[in-house]
Design a protein around this ligand. Structure first.
Ligand SMILES: [Zn+2]
Length: 154
């Protein structure tokens, strides 16, 4: 249960790897996040609302892009204000698209730091003991009655 240090966490986030093991890929493709780590099996986002948190990073990426380009335009070019606005908006939207996986991997680090990422043994044990015995019992009794019915018909 030892915590990974922040530098390692940041490196894992930039490589879009699982913050817990550093091995499993967080993304199947640019936009498709894995629900669980394919290597160690932790659930990245237990709460679907984490998407809102990742949007803070999307917003930050858009803002930084917008402001930096705005400053560059102001210093270096004589583009009209309307044109600037169009280009800056497009660039900000593009930055969000490009930053998308990193927004999510960085947010996952914060989820991890807040203790929101469950480790597989904690997740599997309660789920298993609650669910499997009744369903197994049901299947067994169901099978037995079916066999009895077949026996009676004979
Ligand atoms: Zn992992």
């Amino acid at each position: 249960m030892d915590r990974v240090n922040n530098k390692t966490l940041l490196k894992r986030a930039l490589r879009r790897r699982c913050p817990v093991c550093g091995m499993g890929a967080m993304f199947r493709s640019h936009f498709k996040i894995n629900k669980t780590c394919p290597v160690c099996g932790v659930t990245f986002w237990r709460d679907p609302g984490e998407v809102l948190g990742a949007m803070y990073f999307d917003w930050a990426a858009a803002m930084v892009t917008f402001l930096v380009l705005w400053a560059l335009f102001a210093w270096l070019t004589n583009v009209s204000e309307l044109m600037q606005f169009v280009i800056l908006s497009a660039a900000a939207a593009g930055a969000v698209v490009i930053a998308y996986p990193w927004s999510r991997s960085l947010w996952t680090v914060l989820v991890y730091l807040s203790g929101g990422i469950e480790r597989p043994p904690l997740r599997v044990l309660p789920g298993g003991s609650h669910e499997s015995p009744p369903s197994v019992a049901h299947r067994i009794s169901g099978g037995r009655t079916a066999r009895l019915r077949r026996f009676h018909r004979r």
